[in-house]
Design a binder for this molecule. Structure first.
Ligand SMILES: Cc1cc2nc3c(=O)[nH]c(=O)nc-3n(C[C@H](O)[C@H](O)[C@H](O)COP(=O)(O)OP(=O)(O)OC[C@H]3O[C@@H](n4cnc5c(N)ncnc54)[C@H](O)[C@@H]3O)c2cc1C
Length: 276
């Protein structure tokens, strides 16, 4: 059961940061959905960031700035964002439980926690996304994905926003789940930049989202001779690297062997989609 002894809504980021780091039992609450699942958690002071962190998606000339308190539902229905990326976010989040839940779950709670099953993290991974932290400043999501979790004695930071450049890339998201409200058995995202550079990320392996570097290398080093080669053949070669590229594991949703097979199919579909 989750117990909260005190609820604070700071008026400044500095106050929120100070309260957070006063005690390991003080926690930021985004939507509170995942915190609520804890079997036995007592939060001394819950920190509500809604007065100091944006829940909006701001479109700028060269990027989108997504406030950490933005809900997954807003990602799904934001017109400007989904128009710029051809409904990519709508596709990536529409199968996460139901509208009520997506109205509560936040981008901050999702990205900060780096859950292994996350669809959203996989979607952001191939977009050259940058995270904005209160003290830590700007950090590429790619770097954050590889960083270990903050140690018990280290200071915890506040995630303020996620930035996505409007660089003209096309993105595709694919996943496999048994029913629309289940966790994905596997998910993947592929992007292709204007200059033809591909990024491939795979999540719900069931570990945290990872890049398929060898697969990307095949796609990105096609060179002149390869350019004459049918793209279908290039895709086949690229996806043959996936098994060795990322680690797959087993859990109650699927075995590692099953995930390896699914990964090839999903990545192929996503590659075909961005190459249309
Ligand atoms: C039943 C259920 C099913 C789900 N299924 C899926 C699914 O299929 N696919 C999927 O992608 N996701 C799924 N999710 C996860 C969901 O999408 C969110 O990622 C998750 O709920 C966390 O978001 P939250 O806003 O509720 O975070 P919270 O529970 O409020 O917080 C999570 C953690 O992040 C910290 N935190 C929150 N915001 C910040 C911030 N701004 N700065 C620093 N730290 C912060 C909190 O202190 C806490 O440690 C599911 C969640 C639930 C409860």
């Amino acid at each position: 059961m989750l117990k909260i002894k005190e609820w604070k809504k700071p008026n400044t980021l500095e106050e929120a940061y100070e309260v957070l780091n006063l005690s390991a039992n003080n926690k930021v609450v985004g939507g509170g959905l995942f915190l609520r699942l804890a079997s036995d958690l007592t939060i001394q002071t819950a920190i509500d960031l809604s007065s100091v962190v944006s829940d909006e998606i701001i479109e700028m000339e060269d990027r989108f700035v997504i406030g950490a308190m933005t809900t997954l539902r807003t990602l799904e229905i934001n017109h400007a964002l989904n128009t710029a990326f051809n409904q990519y976010f709508k596709v990536a989040v529409q199968d996460i439980v139901g509208v009520q839940m997506r109205n509560i779950a936040t981008v901050g709670g999702t990205v900060h926690s780096k859950y292994g099953f996350s669809d959203v993290l996989t979607a952001f991974a191939v977009m050259d996304a940058t995270l904005i932290f209160y003290k830590g400043g700007r950090l590429p999501l790619k770097t954050y994905l590889e960083m270990p979790r903050v140690g018990k004695r280290e200071k915890r930071d506040l995630l303020l926003a996620v930035e996505i450049p409007k660089d003209g890339r096309t993105c595709a998201f694919q996943m496999m789940r048994n029913s629309s409200s289940d966790f994905a058995i596997l998910n993947c995202a592929v992007s292709k930049t204007i200059s033809g550079n591909y990024e491939v990320a795979i999540g719900a392996r069931p570990q945290r989202t990872a890049f398929a570097f060898e697969t990307m290398k095949v796609l990105n080093l096609r060179g002149e001779s390869q350019a004459k080669r049918p793209f279908e053949a290039c895709i086949q070669e690229a996806i043959s690297h996936i098994e060795a590229d990322v680690t797959f594991g087993s859990n109650r949703f699927g075995t590692a062997a099953y995930r390896k097979q699914i990964a090839k199919v999903l990545v192929k579909r996503a590659l075909m989609e961005v190459s249309l």
